[in-house]
Design a binder for this molecule. Structure first.
Ligand code: NAP
Ligand code: 8YV
Length: 320
């Protein structure tokens, strides 16, 4: 059987399928990972990536001389050094599309939860405070203008949901998109100044690192709300903490953080914001679809049919 490595835990739905089809080495379970890699490294032809905070880079590729493909669990693949993979002639695949609606639904839920303080209101009721007086009035989505940072698959699904809510949408990205009618801002600071709500769905990596910084938060202003369901590294977390503490912006709803699963105590201490443990795609339905695509990419590759969803850095064209 073809041998592969799993770099982190995957749901049983996907792991069981992999174990039927491949000899699977569970790297994260090894007490001595280097020893496992020395023992099995020259037989391994595939990697099943185990989640967004499990790094897969040149040092792993060095240990796997027969490696052909990395099948990543997640559409975001900033955890994988895909450029390096491309240089080595490896294929990297991700899990686009199957999670788009789930993450967009969560983004809207997080936006509403933040604007209308739903977790805080729930805590208020449970603490018996409603018996004393009504919860204070909150801010509203009704008057807001949203700027989407990263109008890709998920960003567009967020935008169409916002349109249904009657909320004006603008976007920032590296390129203007001819097929959308939302206002485009080449400058993120200018967009932040013109809207009062930012929803970030941008990928991680060097080109987006700390793109949402103190200057952008200042431009967003004292009524400003930041929702981040993209990657934590896109936001300068320290600048965000300062902006929240000093009321430079009003609030934040965060599903992703710079150093997951560690969340700064300073953020946790800010009671009026909403913090989620990276659950954008975390329903059984969607995680199974992602797991299936991870498995199908490996199966298709080792059946000689090519990868199903290769990333841009490792394109694949069928040989004639
Ligand atoms: P996508 O279709 O590739 O969209 C990414 C968007 O980001 C594109 O519109 C791109 O536009 C923009 N972008 C890329 N680099 C940029 C830069 N340097 N500056 C400004 N904009 C930039 O990806 P997707 O499927 O929508 O997924 C987006 C991200 O969501 C993933 O990469 C992942 O990090 C995150 N995600 C999070 C969860 C969660 O559980 N919270 C779940 C799934 C995905 P331009 O190319 O025009 O710049
Ligand atoms: C994954 C994600 O659940 O797809 C992505 O980019 O962030 C999430 O959908 C995560 O990668 C699993 O750890």
């Amino acid at each position: 059987m073809t041998e592969i490595i799993m770099t982190g835990p995957l749901m049983a739905y996907a792991a069981d399928q992999l174990k039927k089809r491949f000899t699977v080495h569970e790297l994260w379970k090894a007490e001595d990972r280097a020893a496992m890699l020395r023992e099995v490294g020259d037989k391994v032809r595939g990697v099943a990536g185990g989640g967004s905070h499990v790094k897969i880079d040149g040092s792993l590729f060095d240990a796997l001389p027969k490696l052909e493909i990395v099948s990543n669990f997640g559409v975001g693949y900033d955890n994988v050094d895909a450029k390096e993979a491309g240089k080595r002639g490896l294929i990297v695949t991700n899990t686009p599309d199957v999670l788009t609606d789930e993450v967009a639904d969560l983004a809207l839920g997080l936006l509403l939860a933040t604007v209308r303080q739903l977790p805080q209101v729930d805590r208020y009721l449970r603490a018996g405070k409603w018996l004393e007086k009504a919860y204070p009035l909150t801010t509203s989505l009704r008057t807001r203008k949203v700027g989407i940072v990263g109008l890709g698959r998920i960003g567009k699904a967020v935008a169409s949901r916002l349109e249904a809510f009657g909320i004006p949408v603008a976007y920032h990205g590296r390129t203007r998109q001819a097929d959308v009618s939302y206002r485009y801002y080449p400058s993120l600071v200018e967009m932040a100044a013109d809207v009062d709500t930012l929803v970030s769905v941008a990928p991680g990596g060097a080109s987006t690192h700390h793109m949402i910084n103190a200057e952008v938060l200042k431009a967003l202003g004292p009524n400003g709300i930041l929702v981040n369901v993209g990657r934590g590294t896109v936001v300068d977390e320290q600048a965000l903490i300062e902006a929240l503490k000093n009321k430079v912006i009003l609030s934040a709803g965060l599903d992703v953080f710079e150093d997951e699963p560690r969340v700064p105590a300073e953020l946790i201490a800010i009671d009026h914001i909403v913090l989620l443990p990276h659950v954008g795609s975390a329903s059984v339905h969607t995680r199974e679809a992602m797991g299936q695509l991870l498995v199908d990419n490996l199966a298709s590759w080792f059946d000689g049919k090519g990868p199903l969803t290769p990333v841009a850095e490792t394109p694949w064209t069928k040989k004639a």
